[in-house]
Design a protein around this ligand. Structure first.
Ligand code: PGA
Length: 240
């Protein structure tokens, strides 16, 4: 693993944005795997700036990691809404090239299979951007998720619901399930960039990088991937 520790959130965002832009410049039709949450917000802001400065996203294809079950695309806390707000509306990506799992499909099992197949049809993910949960999750793959999992319906843990309740009016409003790409889906990406910021991630980052490879720390599986870059700020890297 290539681990980069930088001073702060802005530097972390710059490093990750540079890697994404290099990918798009090298291969204009890149397939990018994207994440939501607080951590990638700076990266997406910078991608919008890179676009203003001429970077072309017109051939880029994206697949997001996950979506809450029960939230429609126009719900302000849905991940489709987040992506539109924070990135897709700010770059020249084609709407039909952006993919977020549906959290309201009538047959969610079929939606999981459809999503996995769509990634395959696109040729697989070239570069996957990941955050990490304070419990070590990647995507919404909570501790205990088998390493051979593909896109599936997942139950969120209490800790994830608590962590994400800051985006909702009350913890009761946080959906308890999601559709998430699996660990295997993530590991099939050709390269992976994981970003983390803040002291609440320090234990998870340390366990992911130095701990045993175990489903109890989903991010530890990345030790088995041939091309992973971890970019953390000093607080998140505090235990490395
Ligand atoms: P965060 O979430 O970026 O909002 O901290 C990361 C994650 O849960 O994967």
């Amino acid at each position: 693993m290539n681990v980069i520790v930088v001073n702060n959130f802005n530097r972390m965002s710059e490093e990750a944005a540079k890697l994404l832009v290099a990918q798009v410049r090298t291969k204009p039709g890149s397939v990018l795997g994207l994440a939501t949450g607080s951590t990638p917000l700076g990266v997406y802001k910078l991608l919008a700036e890179y676009h203003q400065a001429g970077v072309d996203f017109s051939r880029v294809i994206t697949f997001n990691l996950d979506e809450y079950i029960g939230l429609a695309p126009d719900h302000p806390q849905s991940y489709r809404y987040y992506m539109e707000e924070n990135l897709f509306s700010k770059i020249n990506i084609k709407q039909e090239n952006t993919h977020v799992p549906s959290g309201i499909a009538p047959d969610l099992e079929a939606e999981c299979r459809r999503y996995e197949e769509a990634i395959r049809q696109a040729g697989g993910i070239d570069l996957q951007l990941l955050g990490i949960g304070s419990n070590g999750h990647i995507g919404f793959n909570e501790p205990g998720t088998p390493f051979d999992s593909t896109t599936q319906i997942v139950d969120l843990t209490e800790s994830t619901i608590r962590d994400n309740s800051r985006f909702f009016d009350s913890p009761d409003e946080v959906p308890t399930q999601a559709v998430s790409m699996g660990i295997k889906s993530i590991m099939q990406a050709k390269s992976i960039v994981l970003i983390a910021s803040g002291g609440s991630k320090a234990d998870a980052v340390c366990a992911a990088v130095h701990g045993p490879v175990t489903p109890e720390v989903p991010a530890s599986v990345l030790q088995l991937h041939p091309s992973v870059t971890i970019v953390v700020d000093q607080a998140a890297g505090g235990r490395l």
